[in-house]
Design a protein around this ligand. Structure first.
Ligand code: SOE
Length: 387
C-alpha cells in the first residue's frame, strides 16, 4: 500500500506527541505502511506555521473544514480540545476520512455514540488515543492476564495522580472548564485508568463514586494555557466547573472488584499512572513513571524466592521492543504514541478496525458518566442504566 496521508488538527502537547510518532515510525517500523505528514491545522496562522516547520509537516491550514475535504488526505487526526472532537469527527467521517481522536472521545456519552455511529455509517476506520495500552510493560500485563497466568482476577486497583493545579493561583485553563473539557481529572486522567481496567480486566458492571473541586475559583488565563501556565493573582477570577479529584469503586462483569482514583491534587506526583492486579495465581504492578518495568509475583515461585520481582520489558519477548534498541536500552512516553500509530497504520493497511477504537471510547464514556450519575444520586449505578 502507498503512504497513508495524514491531516492533523491541533499542534500543542498532543500535536507534538503525534507528530513525533509519525516521524519516528518509518525509521523504527520500516515494515509498517508509512504515514505521510501532509497537513497540520490550527487557528493561529503564525503558531501553526511555526509548528509545521518545527514538526516537519508539508503544509498548514487554519480552518479544519478546509483540511477534512482535501483529497490528498486519507486520515484526520484530532487532538484539539475535547469540545471540538464531535463536530470534526462527524464531518471527517462524512468526508470519508479515517479518524484518530484523542481521549476522552467526547464531552458526554451521547456525543460519543453519535461519533461512533457516524464513523460506522461512513465505513471508515476509527481509533481513540488511549496511548498507555501501548507501553510494552502494559502489553506484557495483558498477555499474563489473557494467558491465565494470574489465575482468576480478584482486584484492579488503579490511580492516576498529578499535581499541576495544586497552586490556587494556577489559571482557569480550558481543562478546568466543563463546556470545553467535559470533566476534570475524571475525564482527563480517570479515562486512562478506566481504559486500562477494561483492557486488562474486562467490562465494568456497576460503580459508585465521590468527587471534589478543592479550588472553586481561579484567575482567568492571560496567555499560556498549557500544563505549565502561570497565574496572575491580580487577574479577574472565574468559576472552576470541573472536578479536581474523582474516586470510585467498581464491580466488574467477571466478579473482580476495582478501585480507581484520579486527581490533580497529589503533590509530588507528576504523572503517576499506576495499577495493581491481584489474581489467584499472582499479582502484577505497573507505574508509568517507571514505564519499562512490570512488577510480577507468582504464587508458585519456589518458597525461598517468593516475592515481587521486576521484569524489564525491553527483551525480544516483549511487544514492540525489537524495533527499538537492544535489550535493557529503555524507552519512554513518546514511544507509546508511536506504537498506537503503528496499530492505526496497520489497521488501515489490513482493512480492519484498530484497537482501541470508538467503541472503546464510548464504553469508557459510559463508565465516566455512570460515576457522575452515582455521585449526583449518591448510589451505585449499573453501566447498563446508561447504555
Ligand atoms: C494532562 O493531565 C495529561 O497530559 C493528560 O491530558 C494526558 O491524557 C495524560 O496522558 C497525561 O496528563
Amino acid at each position: 500500500m502507498s503512504n497513508i496521508r495524514v491531516g492533523m488538527i491541533g499542534y500543542k502537547f498532543m500535536g507534538k506527541a503525534h507528530s513525533n510518532a509519525y516521524r519516528a515510525l518509518p525509521m523504527f517500523f520500516p515494515n509498517v505502511t508509512r504515514p505521510q505528514m501532509v497537513a497540520i491545522c490550527g487557528r493561529d496562522a503564525a503558531g501553526v506555521e511555526q509548528a509545521r516547520a518545527q514538526f516537519g509537516w508539508e503544509s498548514a491550514e487554519t480552518d479544519w473544514r478546509n483540511l477534512i475535504v482535501r483529497d490528498d488526505i486519507d486520515v484526520v487526526d484530532i487532538n484539539a480540545p475535547s469540545d471540538a472532537h464531535k463536530e470534526i469527527a462527524i464531518a471527517a467521517a462524512a468526508a470519508g476520512k479515517h479518524i484518530f481522536c484523542e481521549k476522552p472521545l467526547a464531552l458526554n456519552l451521547a456525543d460519543s455514540i453519535d461519533m461512533l455511529n457516524a464513523a460506522e455509517k461512513a465505513g471508515v476506520k476509527h481509533m481513540v488515543g488511549f496511548n498507555y495500552r501501548f507501553a510494552p510493560a502494559v502489553q506484557l500485563a495483558k498477555k499474563l492476564v489473557s494467558e491465565g497466568r494470574l489465575g482468576k482476577i480478584f482486584h484492579f486497583r488503579g490511580f492516576f495522580l498529578q499535581d499541576w493545579i495544586v497552586d490556587p493561583q494556577f489559571p482557569l485553563v480550558w481543562r478546568l472548564q466543563k463546556e470545553i473539557a467535559g470533566s476534570g481529572s475524571h475525564g482527563d486522567l480517570g479515562a486512562h485508568v478506566i481504559d486500562m481496567a477494561r483492557f486488562l480486566v474486562g467490562e465494568f458492571q456497576e460503580v459508585i463514586g465521590m468527587s471534589e473541586t478543592f479550588v472553586k475559583e481561579r484567575p482567568l488565563p492571560t496567555t499560556m494555557t498549557g500544563l505549565s501556565a502561570k497565574g496572575d493573582a491580580d487577574a479577574p477570577k472565574g468559576q472552576v466547573t470541573v472536578d479536581d479529584a474523582t474516586l470510585f469503586l467498581a464491580r466488574f462483569a467477571n466478579g473482580a472488584l476495582g478501585s480507581i482514583e484520579a486527581t490533580r491534587f497529589a503533590p509530588g506526583h507528576r504523572c503517576t499512572n499506576s495499577f495493581e492486579i491481584n489474581g489467584s495465581k499472582g499479582s502484577i504492578k505497573f507505574d508509568f513513571e517507571r514505564v519499562n518495568e512490570l512488577q510480577v509475583y507468582f504464587t508458585d515461585d519456589a518458597d525461598d524466592v517468593q516475592g515481587f520481582r521486576r521484569v524489564l520489558a525491553t527483551d525480544a519477548a516483549h511487544a514492540y521492543s525489537e524495533n527499538w534498541w537492544p535489550a535493557g536500552h529503555t524507552i519512554g512516553y513518546e514511544h507509546t504514541f508511536t506504537h498506537e500509530m503503528v496499530e492505526f497504520m496497520n489497521a488501515i493497511a489490513e482493512d480492519r478496525q484498530p484497537v482501541p477504537n470508538f467503541v472503546d471510547g464510548v464504553e469508557c464514556q459510559a463508565v465516566l458518566e455512570a460515576v457522575d450519575k452515582s455521585i449526583e444520586e449518591r448510589r451505585w449505578v449499573a453501566i447498563s442504566e446508561l447504555r
